[in-house]
Design a protein around this ligand. Structure first.
Ligand SMILES: NC(=O)C1=CN([C@@H]2O[C@H](COP(=O)(O)OP(=O)(O)OC[C@H]3O[C@@H](n4cnc5c(N)ncnc54)[C@H](O)[C@@H]3O)[C@@H](O)[C@H]2O)C=CC1
Ligand SMILES: N[C@@H](CC=O)C(=O)O
Ligand code: NA
Length: 439
Protein backbone atom coordinates (compact mmCIF):
# COMPACT_ATOMS: atom_id res chain seq x y z
CA UNK A 1 0.00 0.00 0.00
CA UNK A 2 1.33 3.46 -0.95
CA UNK A 3 1.66 6.39 1.50
CA UNK A 4 -1.72 7.82 2.66
CA UNK A 5 -3.08 10.72 0.61
CA UNK A 6 -4.14 13.83 2.54
CA UNK A 7 -7.60 15.06 1.56
CA UNK A 8 -8.77 18.59 2.41
CA UNK A 9 -12.50 19.25 2.18
CA UNK A 10 -13.67 22.82 1.61
CA UNK A 11 -17.34 23.09 2.61
CA UNK A 12 -19.55 20.89 4.74
CA UNK A 13 -23.04 21.66 3.47
CA UNK A 14 -25.53 19.50 1.58
CA UNK A 15 -22.86 17.81 -0.56
CA UNK A 16 -19.78 18.18 1.67
CA UNK A 17 -21.46 16.39 4.59
CA UNK A 18 -22.27 13.35 2.43
CA UNK A 19 -18.75 13.26 1.02
CA UNK A 20 -17.14 13.53 4.49
CA UNK A 21 -19.32 10.77 5.93
CA UNK A 22 -18.61 8.36 3.08
CA UNK A 23 -14.87 9.06 3.18
CA UNK A 24 -15.04 7.78 6.77
CA UNK A 25 -17.50 4.89 6.46
CA UNK A 26 -16.02 3.49 3.23
CA UNK A 27 -12.36 4.19 4.10
CA UNK A 28 -11.28 0.52 3.87
CA UNK A 29 -12.99 -0.12 0.55
CA UNK A 30 -11.57 3.09 -0.95
CA UNK A 31 -8.05 2.20 0.25
CA UNK A 32 -8.29 -1.14 -1.56
CA UNK A 33 -9.59 0.49 -4.74
CA UNK A 34 -6.84 3.15 -4.71
CA UNK A 35 -3.87 1.30 -3.25
CA UNK A 36 -3.48 4.04 -0.60
CA UNK A 37 -5.57 5.30 2.31
CA UNK A 38 -7.38 8.62 2.03
CA UNK A 39 -6.74 10.64 5.15
CA UNK A 40 -9.33 13.40 5.69
CA UNK A 41 -7.16 16.09 7.27
CA UNK A 42 -9.80 18.79 7.81
CA UNK A 43 -13.03 20.38 6.67
CA UNK A 44 -13.15 24.13 6.13
CA UNK A 45 -16.45 25.86 6.89
CA UNK A 46 -17.70 29.40 7.52
CA UNK A 47 -19.43 28.69 10.82
CA UNK A 48 -17.24 26.52 13.09
CA UNK A 49 -19.66 26.64 16.05
CA UNK A 50 -22.44 24.64 14.39
CA UNK A 51 -22.68 20.93 15.29
CA UNK A 52 -22.76 18.64 12.28
CA UNK A 53 -24.26 15.16 12.71
CA UNK A 54 -21.87 12.37 11.73
CA UNK A 55 -18.87 14.70 11.38
CA UNK A 56 -15.89 14.59 13.77
CA UNK A 57 -15.76 18.14 15.27
CA UNK A 58 -11.96 17.91 15.43
CA UNK A 59 -11.89 18.08 11.62
CA UNK A 60 -13.80 21.37 11.41
CA UNK A 61 -11.77 24.54 10.81
CA UNK A 62 -12.17 28.02 9.37
CA UNK A 63 -8.58 27.97 8.07
CA UNK A 64 -9.22 26.92 4.47
CA UNK A 65 -5.87 28.36 3.29
CA UNK A 66 -3.88 26.35 5.82
CA UNK A 67 -5.75 23.17 4.95
CA UNK A 68 -5.10 23.59 1.23
CA UNK A 69 -1.38 24.13 1.81
CA UNK A 70 -1.04 20.67 3.41
CA UNK A 71 -3.16 18.54 1.03
CA UNK A 72 -2.54 16.06 -1.79
CA UNK A 73 -6.18 16.30 -2.89
CA UNK A 74 -8.41 19.34 -2.38
CA UNK A 75 -12.18 18.87 -2.67
CA UNK A 76 -13.95 22.19 -3.18
CA UNK A 77 -17.64 22.07 -2.17
CA UNK A 78 -18.14 25.64 -0.94
CA UNK A 79 -19.68 27.07 -4.09
CA UNK A 80 -19.40 30.66 -5.35
CA UNK A 81 -16.51 32.31 -7.15
CA UNK A 82 -14.32 33.61 -4.30
CA UNK A 83 -12.61 32.31 -2.25
CA UNK A 84 -13.19 29.02 -4.15
CA UNK A 85 -11.20 30.18 -7.18
CA UNK A 86 -8.18 31.41 -5.22
CA UNK A 87 -8.15 28.30 -3.04
CA UNK A 88 -8.22 26.00 -6.07
CA UNK A 89 -5.39 27.96 -7.71
CA UNK A 90 -3.43 27.74 -4.48
CA UNK A 91 -4.02 23.97 -4.30
CA UNK A 92 -2.85 23.55 -7.88
CA UNK A 93 0.25 25.66 -7.30
CA UNK A 94 1.09 23.41 -4.33
CA UNK A 95 0.86 20.34 -6.60
CA UNK A 96 -2.45 19.09 -5.19
CA UNK A 97 -5.12 17.55 -7.43
CA UNK A 98 -8.53 19.18 -7.22
CA UNK A 99 -12.10 17.89 -7.31
CA UNK A 100 -14.95 20.40 -7.49
CA UNK A 101 -18.73 20.46 -8.04
CA UNK A 102 -18.69 24.21 -8.64
CA UNK A 103 -20.28 24.74 -12.06
CA UNK A 104 -20.63 28.50 -11.58
CA UNK A 105 -16.87 28.80 -11.09
CA UNK A 106 -16.00 26.43 -13.95
CA UNK A 107 -18.31 28.20 -16.39
CA UNK A 108 -16.62 31.53 -15.67
CA UNK A 109 -13.02 30.59 -14.92
CA UNK A 110 -12.72 26.97 -16.09
CA UNK A 111 -10.23 27.77 -18.86
CA UNK A 112 -7.80 29.47 -16.44
CA UNK A 113 -8.16 26.76 -13.80
CA UNK A 114 -7.60 23.97 -16.34
CA UNK A 115 -4.62 25.80 -17.81
CA UNK A 116 -3.12 26.10 -14.32
CA UNK A 117 -3.67 22.36 -13.77
CA UNK A 118 -2.00 21.53 -17.11
CA UNK A 119 0.94 23.74 -16.16
CA UNK A 120 1.30 22.12 -12.74
CA UNK A 121 0.78 18.56 -14.04
CA UNK A 122 -2.15 17.87 -11.69
CA UNK A 123 -5.74 16.85 -12.29
CA UNK A 124 -8.84 19.01 -11.97
CA UNK A 125 -12.00 16.88 -12.04
CA UNK A 126 -15.62 18.09 -11.98
CA UNK A 127 -18.05 15.27 -12.76
CA UNK A 128 -20.50 16.53 -10.10
CA UNK A 129 -20.69 19.98 -11.72
CA UNK A 130 -23.07 18.79 -14.47
CA UNK A 131 -26.19 16.76 -13.72
CA UNK A 132 -25.10 15.64 -10.23
CA UNK A 133 -24.73 11.87 -10.00
CA UNK A 134 -25.07 11.24 -13.74
CA UNK A 135 -21.75 10.38 -15.41
CA UNK A 136 -21.80 12.95 -18.23
CA UNK A 137 -18.61 15.05 -18.00
CA UNK A 138 -16.38 12.03 -18.59
CA UNK A 139 -18.63 10.42 -21.26
CA UNK A 140 -18.85 13.64 -23.30
CA UNK A 141 -15.25 14.72 -22.67
CA UNK A 142 -13.57 11.33 -23.08
CA UNK A 143 -15.84 8.52 -24.27
CA UNK A 144 -17.20 10.62 -27.16
CA UNK A 145 -13.91 12.41 -27.93
CA UNK A 146 -13.55 10.40 -31.15
CA UNK A 147 -17.08 11.12 -32.31
CA UNK A 148 -18.67 14.31 -33.64
CA UNK A 149 -21.33 15.58 -31.25
CA UNK A 150 -24.16 17.32 -33.10
CA UNK A 151 -26.56 18.24 -30.32
CA UNK A 152 -27.10 17.93 -26.59
CA UNK A 153 -30.55 18.48 -25.09
CA UNK A 154 -30.37 18.35 -21.33
CA UNK A 155 -32.55 18.66 -18.28
CA UNK A 156 -29.63 19.63 -16.09
CA UNK A 157 -31.24 21.52 -13.23
CA UNK A 158 -33.04 19.42 -10.63
CA UNK A 159 -34.75 22.34 -8.90
CA UNK A 160 -36.52 23.66 -11.99
CA UNK A 161 -37.49 20.19 -13.16
CA UNK A 162 -38.93 19.53 -9.72
CA UNK A 163 -40.86 22.83 -9.77
CA UNK A 164 -42.26 22.35 -13.30
CA UNK A 165 -43.12 18.73 -12.58
CA UNK A 166 -44.99 19.58 -9.37
CA UNK A 167 -46.91 22.33 -11.23
CA UNK A 168 -47.75 19.82 -13.97
CA UNK A 169 -48.61 16.67 -12.05
CA UNK A 170 -49.93 18.04 -8.75
CA UNK A 171 -50.96 21.60 -9.55
CA UNK A 172 -48.54 23.15 -7.03
CA UNK A 173 -47.90 26.88 -6.91
CA UNK A 174 -44.50 27.97 -8.24
CA UNK A 175 -43.27 29.48 -4.94
CA UNK A 176 -44.30 26.45 -2.85
CA UNK A 177 -42.43 24.11 -5.18
CA UNK A 178 -39.26 26.26 -5.01
CA UNK A 179 -39.43 26.27 -1.21
CA UNK A 180 -39.75 22.50 -1.10
CA UNK A 181 -36.81 22.10 -3.53
CA UNK A 182 -34.74 24.24 -1.15
CA UNK A 183 -35.72 22.06 1.82
CA UNK A 184 -34.74 18.94 -0.10
CA UNK A 185 -31.24 20.33 -0.77
CA UNK A 186 -31.68 20.62 -4.55
CA UNK A 187 -31.48 24.40 -4.86
CA UNK A 188 -28.39 26.59 -4.95
CA UNK A 189 -27.60 28.79 -1.93
CA UNK A 190 -29.38 31.52 -3.92
CA UNK A 191 -32.24 29.75 -5.76
CA UNK A 192 -32.53 32.55 -8.32
CA UNK A 193 -29.54 30.83 -9.97
CA UNK A 194 -31.85 27.86 -10.51
CA UNK A 195 -35.13 29.50 -11.51
CA UNK A 196 -33.34 32.19 -13.53
CA UNK A 197 -31.66 29.50 -15.65
CA UNK A 198 -28.10 30.53 -14.73
CA UNK A 199 -27.20 27.21 -13.10
CA UNK A 200 -28.34 25.35 -16.22
CA UNK A 201 -26.46 27.88 -18.36
CA UNK A 202 -23.22 27.19 -16.46
CA UNK A 203 -23.73 23.47 -17.13
CA UNK A 204 -24.49 24.19 -20.81
CA UNK A 205 -21.19 26.10 -21.07
CA UNK A 206 -19.28 23.17 -19.53
CA UNK A 207 -20.96 20.63 -21.82
CA UNK A 208 -20.47 22.77 -24.94
CA UNK A 209 -16.75 23.06 -24.14
CA UNK A 210 -16.42 19.32 -23.87
CA UNK A 211 -18.65 18.42 -26.80
CA UNK A 212 -17.31 20.90 -29.34
CA UNK A 213 -13.68 21.31 -28.12
CA UNK A 214 -14.30 25.03 -28.16
CA UNK A 215 -14.03 27.50 -25.26
CA UNK A 216 -17.55 28.44 -24.17
CA UNK A 217 -18.15 30.45 -21.02
CA UNK A 218 -21.27 31.49 -19.11
CA UNK A 219 -21.55 34.82 -20.91
CA UNK A 220 -21.72 32.98 -24.27
CA UNK A 221 -24.90 31.16 -23.25
CA UNK A 222 -28.33 32.63 -24.01
CA UNK A 223 -30.47 32.28 -20.87
CA UNK A 224 -34.18 32.39 -20.08
CA UNK A 225 -35.34 30.91 -16.79
CA UNK A 226 -38.72 29.59 -15.69
CA UNK A 227 -39.96 32.59 -13.71
CA UNK A 228 -42.34 33.61 -16.53
CA UNK A 229 -43.81 30.11 -16.89
CA UNK A 230 -47.33 30.10 -15.48
CA UNK A 231 -49.62 27.32 -14.26
CA UNK A 232 -51.76 28.10 -17.33
CA UNK A 233 -48.75 27.48 -19.64
CA UNK A 234 -48.11 24.12 -18.02
CA UNK A 235 -51.78 23.09 -18.18
CA UNK A 236 -52.13 24.23 -21.80
CA UNK A 237 -48.95 22.37 -22.76
CA UNK A 238 -50.24 19.20 -21.14
CA UNK A 239 -53.54 19.45 -23.00
CA UNK A 240 -51.63 19.89 -26.27
CA UNK A 241 -49.42 16.81 -25.64
CA UNK A 242 -46.29 18.49 -24.27
CA UNK A 243 -44.37 18.84 -21.02
CA UNK A 244 -42.69 22.16 -20.16
CA UNK A 245 -38.98 21.52 -19.40
CA UNK A 246 -36.08 23.86 -18.78
CA UNK A 247 -33.59 22.69 -21.42
CA UNK A 248 -29.89 23.30 -21.83
CA UNK A 249 -29.18 23.02 -25.53
CA UNK A 250 -25.71 22.75 -27.06
CA UNK A 251 -25.84 22.51 -30.82
CA UNK A 252 -23.47 22.37 -33.77
CA UNK A 253 -25.09 24.43 -36.53
CA UNK A 254 -24.14 24.93 -40.13
CA UNK A 255 -23.62 28.58 -41.01
CA UNK A 256 -24.48 30.25 -44.32
CA UNK A 257 -20.95 29.61 -45.67
CA UNK A 258 -21.21 25.89 -44.86
CA UNK A 259 -18.84 25.98 -41.89
CA UNK A 260 -19.86 24.90 -38.37
CA UNK A 261 -20.77 27.18 -35.48
CA UNK A 262 -21.87 26.46 -31.94
CA UNK A 263 -25.00 27.51 -30.09
CA UNK A 264 -25.39 27.14 -26.30
CA UNK A 265 -28.70 28.21 -24.81
CA UNK A 266 -31.13 27.63 -21.97
CA UNK A 267 -34.87 28.21 -22.01
CA UNK A 268 -38.13 26.60 -20.98
CA UNK A 269 -39.42 24.59 -23.93
CA UNK A 270 -42.32 22.37 -24.88
CA UNK A 271 -41.15 18.77 -25.20
CA UNK A 272 -43.56 16.31 -26.86
CA UNK A 273 -44.82 13.61 -24.49
CA UNK A 274 -43.31 10.90 -26.73
CA UNK A 275 -39.76 12.31 -26.28
CA UNK A 276 -37.75 10.57 -23.51
CA UNK A 277 -37.02 13.94 -21.86
CA UNK A 278 -40.75 14.48 -21.23
CA UNK A 279 -40.73 11.49 -18.84
CA UNK A 280 -38.05 12.94 -16.58
CA UNK A 281 -39.81 13.73 -13.32
CA UNK A 282 -38.99 15.35 -9.98
CA UNK A 283 -35.40 16.44 -9.46
CA UNK A 284 -34.13 13.85 -11.94
CA UNK A 285 -31.94 15.03 -14.78
CA UNK A 286 -31.39 13.58 -18.23
CA UNK A 287 -29.01 14.45 -21.02
CA UNK A 288 -29.88 13.44 -24.56
CA UNK A 289 -26.85 13.42 -26.87
CA UNK A 290 -26.87 13.06 -30.64
CA UNK A 291 -23.58 12.36 -32.35
CA UNK A 292 -22.42 11.37 -35.81
CA UNK A 293 -21.27 7.82 -35.11
CA UNK A 294 -22.96 6.84 -31.83
CA UNK A 295 -26.38 8.16 -32.82
CA UNK A 296 -28.68 8.91 -29.89
CA UNK A 297 -27.57 8.43 -26.28
CA UNK A 298 -29.51 9.18 -23.12
CA UNK A 299 -27.98 9.68 -19.67
CA UNK A 300 -30.46 9.67 -16.81
CA UNK A 301 -30.31 9.88 -13.02
CA UNK A 302 -30.42 12.12 -9.95
CA UNK A 303 -29.13 15.56 -10.83
CA UNK A 304 -29.25 17.19 -7.41
CA UNK A 305 -29.18 16.41 -3.71
CA UNK A 306 -26.40 15.63 -1.28
CA UNK A 307 -26.05 11.85 -1.58
CA UNK A 308 -26.37 11.60 -5.39
CA UNK A 309 -23.91 14.45 -5.93
CA UNK A 310 -21.47 12.89 -3.47
CA UNK A 311 -21.34 9.82 -5.71
CA UNK A 312 -19.82 11.86 -8.55
CA UNK A 313 -17.47 13.72 -6.19
CA UNK A 314 -16.23 10.49 -4.60
CA UNK A 315 -15.69 8.91 -8.02
CA UNK A 316 -13.50 11.87 -8.96
CA UNK A 317 -11.59 11.67 -5.66
CA UNK A 318 -10.82 8.00 -6.27
CA UNK A 319 -9.84 8.72 -9.86
CA UNK A 320 -7.34 11.48 -8.94
CA UNK A 321 -6.06 9.40 -5.99
CA UNK A 322 -5.38 6.41 -8.26
CA UNK A 323 -3.57 8.71 -10.66
CA UNK A 324 -1.35 9.94 -7.83
CA UNK A 325 -0.56 6.37 -6.77
CA UNK A 326 0.11 5.10 -10.30
CA UNK A 327 1.78 8.26 -11.61
CA UNK A 328 1.30 9.54 -15.17
CA UNK A 329 0.46 12.79 -16.81
CA UNK A 330 -1.77 15.39 -15.20
CA UNK A 331 -4.54 17.33 -16.91
CA UNK A 332 -4.82 17.22 -20.69
CA UNK A 333 -4.97 20.52 -22.57
CA UNK A 334 -8.26 22.42 -22.23
CA UNK A 335 -10.43 23.08 -25.30
CA UNK A 336 -8.46 24.95 -27.91
CA UNK A 337 -10.67 24.66 -30.97
CA UNK A 338 -12.23 27.74 -32.45
CA UNK A 339 -15.77 27.14 -33.65
CA UNK A 340 -17.58 30.49 -33.68
CA UNK A 341 -20.31 31.00 -31.08
CA UNK A 342 -23.64 31.82 -32.64
CA UNK A 343 -26.06 34.30 -31.05
CA UNK A 344 -29.64 33.21 -30.29
CA UNK A 345 -31.09 34.93 -33.38
CA UNK A 346 -29.12 32.56 -35.63
CA UNK A 347 -30.73 29.37 -34.37
CA UNK A 348 -33.75 27.63 -35.89
CA UNK A 349 -36.64 26.54 -33.70
CA UNK A 350 -40.43 26.29 -33.51
CA UNK A 351 -42.73 28.54 -31.48
CA UNK A 352 -46.07 27.89 -29.79
CA UNK A 353 -47.73 31.26 -29.42
CA UNK A 354 -50.89 31.72 -27.37
CA UNK A 355 -52.83 34.86 -28.18
CA UNK A 356 -55.70 36.48 -26.33
CA UNK A 357 -57.65 37.95 -29.26
CA UNK A 358 -60.83 39.80 -30.00
CA UNK A 359 -63.38 37.21 -31.16
CA UNK A 360 -64.85 38.60 -34.38
CA UNK A 361 -64.70 37.83 -38.09
CA UNK A 362 -61.43 38.65 -39.86
CA UNK A 363 -59.20 38.33 -36.81
CA UNK A 364 -57.60 35.08 -37.92
CA UNK A 365 -56.63 36.49 -41.30
CA UNK A 366 -55.07 39.57 -39.66
CA UNK A 367 -53.05 37.32 -37.38
CA UNK A 368 -51.90 34.95 -40.10
CA UNK A 369 -50.89 37.92 -42.29
CA UNK A 370 -48.37 38.90 -39.62
CA UNK A 371 -46.78 35.46 -39.77
CA UNK A 372 -46.66 35.58 -43.56
CA UNK A 373 -45.08 39.04 -43.56
CA UNK A 374 -42.16 37.66 -41.51
CA UNK A 375 -41.85 34.55 -43.66
CA UNK A 376 -42.93 32.29 -40.78
CA UNK A 377 -44.89 29.23 -41.75
CA UNK A 378 -47.79 28.14 -39.51
CA UNK A 379 -48.28 24.45 -38.79
CA UNK A 380 -51.55 24.53 -36.80
CA UNK A 381 -53.98 27.06 -35.38
CA UNK A 382 -56.42 26.18 -32.63
CA UNK A 383 -59.09 28.47 -31.35
CA UNK A 384 -60.82 28.21 -28.01
CA UNK A 385 -63.83 30.28 -27.09
CA UNK A 386 -63.07 29.94 -23.39
CA UNK A 387 -61.80 33.15 -21.80
CA UNK A 388 -58.04 33.50 -21.54
CA UNK A 389 -57.97 35.18 -18.17
CA UNK A 390 -60.47 32.90 -16.44
CA UNK A 391 -61.52 35.86 -14.30
CA UNK A 392 -65.23 35.92 -14.84
CA UNK A 393 -65.01 36.81 -18.52
CA UNK A 394 -67.90 35.04 -20.27
CA UNK A 395 -65.79 34.42 -23.37
CA UNK A 396 -68.27 36.14 -25.67
CA UNK A 397 -65.82 38.70 -27.07
CA UNK A 398 -62.47 37.10 -26.51
CA UNK A 399 -60.85 33.93 -27.72
CA UNK A 400 -57.61 32.10 -27.29
CA UNK A 401 -55.59 31.26 -30.38
CA UNK A 402 -52.80 28.71 -30.05
CA UNK A 403 -50.52 28.88 -33.06
CA UNK A 404 -47.78 26.34 -33.69
CA UNK A 405 -45.18 27.29 -36.26
CA UNK A 406 -42.99 25.17 -38.47
CA UNK A 407 -39.24 25.30 -37.97
CA UNK A 408 -38.08 28.85 -38.60
CA UNK A 409 -35.32 31.34 -37.89
CA UNK A 410 -35.41 32.59 -34.29
CA UNK A 411 -34.99 36.16 -35.56
CA UNK A 412 -38.15 35.89 -37.71
CA UNK A 413 -40.12 34.15 -34.96
CA UNK A 414 -39.19 36.79 -32.39
CA UNK A 415 -40.04 39.59 -34.83
CA UNK A 416 -43.42 37.96 -35.47
CA UNK A 417 -44.24 38.04 -31.75
CA UNK A 418 -43.26 41.73 -31.56
CA UNK A 419 -45.59 42.54 -34.47
CA UNK A 420 -48.42 40.49 -32.95
CA UNK A 421 -48.12 42.48 -29.72
CA UNK A 422 -48.90 45.64 -31.73
CA UNK A 423 -51.87 44.21 -33.62
CA UNK A 424 -55.19 45.89 -32.66
CA UNK A 425 -57.11 42.59 -32.55
CA UNK A 426 -54.59 41.04 -30.14
CA UNK A 427 -55.39 41.82 -26.49
CA UNK A 428 -52.20 40.12 -25.31
CA UNK A 429 -49.59 37.58 -26.30
CA UNK A 430 -50.42 35.26 -23.40
CA UNK A 431 -47.42 33.01 -23.87
CA UNK A 432 -44.56 32.17 -26.21
CA UNK A 433 -42.72 28.90 -25.77
CA UNK A 434 -40.27 27.19 -28.10
CA UNK A 435 -40.80 23.57 -29.03
CA UNK A 436 -37.79 21.23 -28.92
CA UNK A 437 -37.30 17.52 -29.41
CA UNK A 438 -39.47 17.14 -32.53
CA UNK A 439 -37.89 15.27 -35.44
N1 LIG B 1 -26.76 20.68 -3.64
C1 LIG B 1 -26.72 20.05 -4.81
O1 LIG B 1 -27.63 19.29 -5.17
C2 LIG B 1 -25.55 20.23 -5.72
C3 LIG B 1 -24.58 21.17 -5.46
N2 LIG B 1 -23.53 21.32 -6.34
C4 LIG B 1 -22.50 22.29 -6.06
O2 LIG B 1 -21.77 21.85 -4.93
C5 LIG B 1 -21.29 22.98 -4.21
C6 LIG B 1 -21.78 22.90 -2.77
O3 LIG B 1 -23.18 22.91 -2.76
P1 LIG B 1 -24.02 22.63 -1.44
O4 LIG B 1 -23.39 21.57 -0.64
O5 LIG B 1 -25.42 22.46 -1.87
O6 LIG B 1 -23.87 24.05 -0.71
P2 LIG B 1 -24.14 24.44 0.83
O7 LIG B 1 -24.49 25.88 0.84
O8 LIG B 1 -25.08 23.46 1.44
O9 LIG B 1 -22.72 24.24 1.54
C7 LIG B 1 -21.65 25.11 1.36
C8 LIG B 1 -20.61 24.84 2.44
O10 LIG B 1 -19.44 25.61 2.15
C9 LIG B 1 -19.08 26.38 3.29
N3 LIG B 1 -18.55 27.67 2.83
C10 LIG B 1 -19.15 28.53 1.98
N4 LIG B 1 -18.37 29.61 1.80
C11 LIG B 1 -17.27 29.41 2.57
C12 LIG B 1 -16.10 30.18 2.83
N5 LIG B 1 -15.94 31.37 2.25
N6 LIG B 1 -15.17 29.67 3.66
C13 LIG B 1 -15.35 28.47 4.26
N7 LIG B 1 -16.43 27.69 4.05
C14 LIG B 1 -17.37 28.17 3.22
C15 LIG B 1 -20.35 26.55 4.10
O11 LIG B 1 -20.02 26.77 5.46
C16 LIG B 1 -21.02 25.19 3.85
O12 LIG B 1 -20.49 24.24 4.76
C17 LIG B 1 -21.77 24.21 -4.96
O13 LIG B 1 -20.78 24.62 -5.88
C18 LIG B 1 -22.98 23.68 -5.72
O14 LIG B 1 -23.26 24.44 -6.86
C19 LIG B 1 -23.39 20.54 -7.46
C20 LIG B 1 -24.30 19.59 -7.74
C21 LIG B 1 -25.48 19.38 -6.92
N1 LIG C 1 -29.18 23.53 -7.83
C1 LIG C 1 -28.76 22.49 -8.69
C2 LIG C 1 -27.94 21.49 -7.95
C3 LIG C 1 -27.20 20.60 -8.85
O1 LIG C 1 -26.42 21.00 -9.68
C4 LIG C 1 -29.97 21.81 -9.29
O2 LIG C 1 -31.09 22.08 -8.85
O3 LIG C 1 -29.79 21.02 -10.23
NA1 NA D 1 -22.38 14.43 -13.34
Amino acid sequence: MAEPLRVALLGCGVVGTEVAQRLTTHAEAYAERIGARLELTGIAVRDTDRTRAGIDPALITDDAEGLVGRADIVVELMGGIEPARSLILKAISHGASVVTANKALLAEHGADLLAAAVQAGVRLEYEAAVAGAIPIVRPVGESLAGDKVQRILGIVNGTTNYVLDKMDSEGWEFDDAVKKAQELGYAEADPTADVGGHDAAAKAAILANLAFHTPVSLSDVYVEGITAVTAADVARAKAEGYAVKLLAICERLEQADGSDGVSARVYPALVPHEHPLASVHGAFNAVFVESEAAGELMFYGQGAGGAPTSSAVLGDIISVARRRVLGGRGQSEPSNGALPLLPIDQIRTRYHITLDVVDRPGVLSKVTEVFASHGVSIETVRQKLAPVDGAGNDGAERAELIIATHLGAESALAATVKSLEKLDVVNAVASTLRVEGLQ
